[in-house]
Each structure stands twice: as C-alpha cells, then as structure tokens.
Ligand binder design. Structure first.
Ligand code: FAD
Ligand code: NAP
Length: 339
C-alpha cells in the first residue's frame, strides 16, 4: 500500500448526504502527478478506484471496497482575452461556486446562472450541470482528461463531450475518463438569461432593471438559499430525480386528469415534466421514514435527517419511483450516481 493512502476512512465528510460508509483506502490528488501515482499504485495492488470531487452527486449505499481518490487540484487562469471573449481554465479540484465568484470578480459573465451549485469543476461536465436555463455546455470550450484504459491524456471539445440534459459521454461511461481541467468561454458582455423561474421577478423586487452578471448571481443565490436545504445543515444531493422527458401524448393524458401539470415542451416535440410536481401531487413532500425523507419545501430533494443509510435513502427513492410509475405512467430516473 502507498504511504499516502489512508485505510478504512469514513466518507461522511466527503459526501453531502453525510452517509457514514467507509472507504477501504482514501487519498487526495493535488496535481496530475498525484493522479498518475495513485492510479499506477492502485493498478499494481489491483485495487479499483473511485474518483470523487465534492461528493454532492453521490449516493453511497455500502462501504467502498476501492481506493477513493478525491480531486483536490487547484488553479484558475485566463488563457486568452480579446477584450470581449475570454477563455478561462480551471483545475478539476477547484470548488465550483468559488470558481463562479472568481469569474464574476474578473468582470466575466456566463456562469452567473450556475451560482451556488456545490461540487467541483472536474465533476461539472459529468452531468452537464444546469440551472435556471443555462447548462455548462453553453460556455464550454474543451477539457483535458486522462483515459484510464490507455493512460493517455485526451482533449475533448464541445461536440465530443456529447452533452445532453444532465448527461454526457463521461456519465454514460462512468469511470473511463478522469477529468483533469476544463476550459470555458466567458464574456465581458452579459447576455442575461432571466426568464426562468423567479429570477426576473427577484431582480425587479430589488429595483434592478439593468442587472450585471453579479446581480443575477446574487438573485439566484438568494432564491436557492430560500428553497434548497444547505447540505452543511441537512444532508442531501440536490435533485434526486431527473425531470422526465416524455412523449407529448403521455403529457396530454396526464394533463387531462391533472390540469395543474407543470410541463415544458421541448424542441424535439417531447415534453419535460417537473418531477418535483409529480412527487408532490403523489403526497410525498415532507414524508419521512426514520432519518430518510423528502424535503418539506422541495419534493425533488431527498434528505438525510442524520443517521439514514444510503440503502434506506435508495429504498425510499425506489418507493417513490414505483408510485409515480403507477399513478402517472412516468419513469423517474435517479440523478445522483449510486455506489
Ligand atoms: P461528485 O459527487 O464527487 O461525483 C459525481 C460523479 O462524478 C461521480 O460519478 C464521480 O465518480 C465523478 N467524478 C467526480 N469528479 C470527477 C473527475 N474529476 N473526473 C471524472 N469523474 C469525476 N446539479 C446541477 O446540475 N444543477 C444544480 O443546480 C445542482 N444543485 C445542487 C444543489 C445541492 C444542494 C446539491 C447537494 C447538489 C446539486 N447539484 C446540482 C448536483 C451536484 O452538485 C453536481 O452534479 C456537481 O457537479 C457534482 O460535483 P461533485 O464534485 O460533488 O461530484
Ligand atoms: P423550479 O424553478 O421550481 O422549477 C421546477 C422545474 O421546472 C425545474 O426542475 C425546471 O427544470 C423546470 N422549469 C422551470 N422553468 C422552466 C422553463 N422556463 N423552461 C423549462 N423548464 C423549466 O426549480 P428548482 O427546483 O427551484 O430549481 C431551480 C433550478 O436549479 C432548476 O434549473 C434546477 O434544475 C436547478 N437545480 C438543480 C439541482 C440538481 O441537483 N440537479 C438542484 C437544485 C436546483 P430544470 O431542472 O430542467 O431546469
């Protein structure tokens, strides 16, 4: 075993659900050399490797019989600046929200709608993180990843990442590529996206008619703080289910029985349903089973009141999935990665 590996480490501080399972081995990578050393040593020992960032999109249901490699690399830099379009690069271990704040402090717009999302830069492309009408694909340029099958460094441009709704090439081939750093194209000119949820209304309540990117970020932070549980106070992994995208005919059938259905037509003719609305209609909002529960303000968020195990949370999720399928004929897909 490598000298830098710790054994039997509790992962409670390393996942936002606060689930207390153990990693057989645990280490942190501060740079590319640390990553390569850890992977080489794990290969020699024939120990599997689970890479994590902030642990905010994980559901850990059992002790992890692997080396947990936590990305802790740091570095934020401007690579190119033509006075309007600015290319920035961030290391995988950089925490996402401080990176957004850094970009705003440089006078750069583009990431403001993605404020206050937990986790790291390196995990952001995994599910093409999105909020309030913006996804990272909208500002993404390229990333560098280590191919764990071949040991080669690879560059991926926008098209190669195959970003979709909370989806990417990397999520579909979990564990294949280890993302080392990501590049984004930001702008000195704000193109505001305010027509999603209560963003515009919040700004106008504050008397702001011509917002800066920082104003938009502040508004989104205040909305999010009101609605979403802070993992530091109540364990959670954000939205537990993806919003299902269903054929228009199914959405119409549901609407006939439930006229209040919250649904958004998509460009391809399908319809995105608000999973939180379906779960709330089915009566799960605020439900609690031991320490596993459904948040009282946002039915899409499962919470750990303290001692819930990953298995208990998973069982609750499966009950909700079965109920939604029976009531509405809609399959809910889990968003966090299950281990
Ligand atoms: P982790 O949970 O550590 O890992 C997630 C997955 O990525 C795992 O499979 C892991 O193996 C893999 N991984 C991590 N780092 C790397 C790497 N460098 N290379 C390769 N694979 C890697 N998500 C949204 O999209 N929009 C939101 O608005 C949003 N809001 C949230 C609010 C709250 C309160 C919480 C708790 C979560 C929210 N999330 C949201 C989900 C989550 O924050 C994001 O998915 C985030 O990008 C996960 O980052 P992480 O570093 O915590 O990843
Ligand atoms: P909300 O504003 O109450 O909206 C409910 C749902 O309706 C959202 O899931 C959103 O879908 C969808 N929606 C709202 N306005 C829309 C529009 N104009 N066009 C298309 N779809 C629309 O949602 P919320 O729970 O408070 O979250 C606000 C934003 O933060 C959302 O974008 C959400 O995705 C994001 N968020 C994500 C997570 C996560 O873990 N993934 C956690 C918290 C918040 P989308 O989800 O597709 O945007």
């Amino acid at each position: 075993m490598s000298g830098q590996w710790q054994e039997q480490v509790s992962l409670k501080p390393y996942n936002t659900f606060g689930i207390d399972v153990k990693a057989r081995y645990f280490t942190q990578a501060h740079n590319d050399a640390d990553v390569r050393d850890a992977l080489a040593e794990a290969a020699r020992q024939q120990v599997p490797v689970l890479v994590i960032g902030g642990g905010s999109n994980l559901l850990l249901t059992t002790d992890v019989q692997a080396l947990v490699l936590r990305m802790a690399s740091s570095g934020l830099r401007i690579l190119a600046d033509d006075g309007e379009r600015v290319i920035v690069e961030a290391e995988a271990g950089e925490p996402w929200h401080p990176f957004v704040q850094w970009s705003l402090a440089q006078g750069l717009a583009g990431l403001e709608n993605l404020s206050l999302i937990p986790g790291t830069v390196g995990a952001a492309p995994m599910q093409n993180i999105g909020a309030y009408g913006v996804e990272i694909k909208d500002v993404f340029v390229s990333l560098t990843a280590l191919d764990r099958q071949t040991g080669e460094l690879c560059e991926f441009d926008l098209e190669q990442c195959q970003f979709g709704y909370r989806d990417s090439l990397f999520k579909r081939h979990l564990g294949r590529w280890l993302i080392l750093r990501v590049r984004f194209a930001l702008s000195r000119v704000l193109q505001a996206h305010l027509d999603y949820g209560p963003v515009r209304q919040r700004l106008s309540e504050q008397g702001i008619t011509a917002p800066t990117a920082q104003d938009v970020s502040n508004a989104i932070c205040s909305i999010r703080r009101e609605k979403l549980p802070d993992p530091a106070e109540l364990g959670n992994a954000g939205s537990f289910f993806k919003n299902p995208v269903v054929p228009a005919a199914l959405a119409e059938r549901i609407r006939q029985q439930h006229p209040g259905l919250v649904a958004y037509p998509q460009a391809d003719g399908q319809v995105k349903l608000a999973a939180g609305w379906l779960i709330e209609q089915a009566g799960w909002k605020g439900y609690r089973e031991g320490d596993a529960g459904v948040h009282r303000l946002q039915a899409l968020v499962l919470v750990n009141y303290g001692q819930a195990s990953g298995k208990q949370l998973h069982q609750l999720a499966q009950k909700i999935q079965a109920d939604i399928l029976e009531r509405f004929g809609v399959e809910l897909e889990m968003e966090p990665n299950l281990y």
